[in-house]
Write a protein that binds this ligand. Structure first.
Ligand code: GLA
Ligand code: ZN
Length: 664
């Protein structure tokens, strides 16, 4: 199996359907062009109906049936849904909420990651499964558990977690005096005298110490990473020839995905673009880039939307063409295999309105037909895309620690860290500049022409060093308001802002203000239009940098708003106001080399992305609107979907996709 090939899969639950149907399903999957099937990730009660009594027969039979049709299997370990017998015998595995209530069993994910007994029971079932399937050639790999942290199951406040948190802190701070000092516990009489006094942030009367809150978020994430590692170690040990992955959740912020992905062979994730919460193709694009960025590699989609989704209620169905568009969008951003969720809509349980490829009745209709056409089309082009990856020139900094510091103590009302990340991403998306998402704690590769690092609310030595080194080497960097405000413990710097970033910025903040929207605030970029500012603005003092924008209205009217600093052989732009997306685009365009702006004129809802290797480069053009478009692309190449040559003008259908193999 080449993991770098574009292949399709499905998520299948044979245990939900009569055995007599399995063969038909396998046949239909084959006919649909499916090559992979994920199984078993919620089937613990069937695999171990009673403690110590195992039944793999049904799963063996299902695997046999599927493999008769050449389908390859990814097995889920079943730990996301412990069986009822288990929780009755070991009620101490149940998570405790922040108010101290023990959660009841039911639904799924009702276990504490730090429960010693749950960890032991996990080892037993995972080892059993691994031993049972280790020499089965049809099984290519494992998915561990299912969506760690989903339903906010990352948070637990039980006594096991409390003790584990105290231990985690002790490892980190060594002495209680260090912790007291780092967290400023003298505030409100919070000083600790020993490790066992340290609290976990259960619900209390007033706001907890922000350093406690941030470190709790880190601890929660580390607990999940540690829990996952227990499973990785067993699987790698017993079945070293099979891959190990986990299904991530895109923009979910409960776990540090940079860390979670380290122990895995590759990242896979669950992509549901159109839910009851809405639909924005840019957010999906960003999620793909985060998923590629956390391990700096191509990824799989372990669950891809194939119908209308919802639990008690459902969102609108994908419009004709959207399933295909989403699949190509995933591929464009680095997805290799794509599994559709789910094969057949479940007529039982909580997810009865989360539609799959087939409806309850198992009869193929529009969605099946659309996927069939798609798989035939992919069959024709997949050899060309084999072993291609994504190499971008622009990077966007994204940090879980910064996100958590912001979430626990945000400083600006109604403004999320993710709002700003999404706003800067949107600007790039709309001017058609593909971007890599990067971890600021790792050295920044110097091939990037531009790095955007919005809102570095907390910073540490590594981040400072990495940014400085990148700029010194000639890099261009965009920093924004609310950067260098606090240290890595969520404690504010006592120097003028932006704290340790001052030299890089070539200036400092004289004064700042949150904005409630009652007074118009704008900035004017020299010789260009005015851009509106919302929620926050800073009045800047340059120290060797150039002022490239002043406020033209609002509390800081006529004061500097944006600075541009030459730093060694690089350049830093500091945006001291939360300006609108148009303003951000203007700044990005002023810093990009000419050859990176060639698609700037294309409509903003047409997406451009590239996949390439040393020999070939493919440009994906994706129309996220319901109107067909005629585009002047300036491109010369071959449209590999239509198999015809292209030169400059190109028309694209509503929700259409073009993949152009570039010449030269
Ligand atoms: C997630 C889960 C699946 C299923 C779908 C639909 O992505 O991984 O098990 O629950 O959502 O709800
Ligand atoms: Zn717990």
């Amino acid at each position: 199996m080449n993991r770098r090939e574009i292949m399709l899969g499905v998520d299948y639950y044979p245990e939900h359907w009569p055995k007599e149907r399995w063969k038909t399903d396998a046949e239909m999957m084959k006919e649909l062009g499916i090559e992979f099937v994920r199984l078993a990730e919620f089937s613990w009660s069937k695999l171990e109906p009673e403690k110590g009594v195992y039944d793999f027969k049904w799963l063996d039979d299902a695997i046999d049936t599927l493999s008769e049709y050449g389908l390859k299997i990814v097995l889920g370990t079943p730990t996301a849904a412990p069986p009822i017998w288990l929780v009755r015998e070991y009620p101490e595995i149940l998570p405790v909420d922040s108010e101290g209530h023990v959660m009841g069993p039911g639904g799924r994910r009702y276990y504490c990651y730090n429960s010693p007994i749950y960890r032991e029971l996990t080892k037993v079932i995972v080892t059993k499964m691994a031993e049972h399937y280790k020499s089965n050639p049809h099984i290519i790999g494992w998915q561990i558990d299912n969506e760690f942290g989903c339903h906010e199951s990352n948070f637990c406040y039980c006594d096991n977690c409390l003790k584990a948190f105290q231990k985690w802190l002790r490892r980190k701070y060594k002495t209680i005096e260090n912790l007291n000092k780092a967290w400023g516990t003298v505030f409100w009489s919070g000083e600790y005298h020993s490790w066992d006094e340290v609290i976990i942030p259960r619900k209390t009367v007033a706001l907890h110490n922000p350093s406690l809150l941030l470190n709790y978020r880190r601890f929660v994430s580390d607990s999940i990473v540690e829990y996952q590692r227990i499973q990785v170690e067993i699987l790698k040990n017993v079945t070293p020839d099979k891959f190990v992955t986990h299904n991530f959740m895109g923009l979910f912020g409960g776990v540090d995905y940079y860390k979670l992905s380290k122990d895995l062979d590759f990242v896979s994730w669950d992509n549901y673009p159109k839910t009851i919460w809405g639909y924005d193709s840019k957010d999906t694009a960003l999620a793909h880039d985060v998923m590629r960025g956390v391990k700096e590699a191509n990824f799989w989609i372990m669950e891809e939307q194939s119908g209308s989704v919802g639990w008690p209620e459902m969102a609108p169905a994908p419009l004709p063409g959207e399933i295909r568009l989403w699949t190509y969008q995933a591929i464009a951003h680095g997805a290799d295999a794509i599994f559709f969720f789910r094969w057949r809509t479940s007529n039982i349980g909580a997810e009865q309105f989360w539609h799959g490829i087939l409806d309850y009745d198992g009869i193929p209709r529009r969605r099946y037909k659309e996927i069939k056409k798609l798989s035939e089309e992919l069959g024709r082009i997949k050899d060309r895309l084999k072993n291609t990856i994504i190499k971008n020139d622009v990077a966007l900094v994204y940090s879980y620690d910064i996100r958590w510091a912001w979430e626990t103590h945000p400083s600006i009302p109604k403004l999320d860290y993710m709002d700003i990340i999404k706003r800067y991403y949107k600007a790039l998306f709309e001017i058609h500049v593909p971007v890599d998402v990067i971890n600021p704690e790792k050295p920044i590769p110097t091939h990037y022409k531009l790095v955007l690092a919005p809102m570095l609310y907390i910073v540490n030595e590594d981040i400072l060093k990495n940014l400085e080194r990148y700029v010194k080497n000639g890099g261009k960097l965009i920093l924004t308001f609310r950067s260098g405000v606090k240290n890595w413990d969520n404690v504010a710097y006592t120097e003028a802002l932006p704290g340790p970033l001052r030299k890089l910025v070539g200036g400092y903040i004289y004064e700042y203000s949150a904005l409630d929207g009652k007074h118009k605030t704008q900035v004017r970029l020299s010789q260009s239009a005015e851009f509106s500012v919302e929620k926050f603005c800073e009045s800047l003092i340059p120290e060797g940098s150039d002022v490239i924008a002043y406020y033209s209205s609002g509390i800081y009217e006529s004061k500097p708003a944006i600075l541009k600093n030459k730093f060694s052989s690089g350049e830093v732009v500091y945006v001291g106001a939360n300006i609108d997306c148009e303003g951000i685009k203007e700044i990005i365009l002023s810093l990009l080399p000419e050859d990176k702006k060639i698609f700037n004129h294309l409509p903003s809802n047409v997406e451009i992305y590239f996949r390439q290797n040393d020999r070939k480069k493919f440009i994906f053009i994706m129309n996220h609107s319901a109107e067909g478009k005629t585009l002047e692309t300036g491109l010369k190449g071959r449209d590999i979907l239509q198999n015809e040559s292209v030169s400059n003008i190109l028309s694209i259908d509503p929700f259409g996709v073009k993949i152009i193999e570039m010449l030269g």
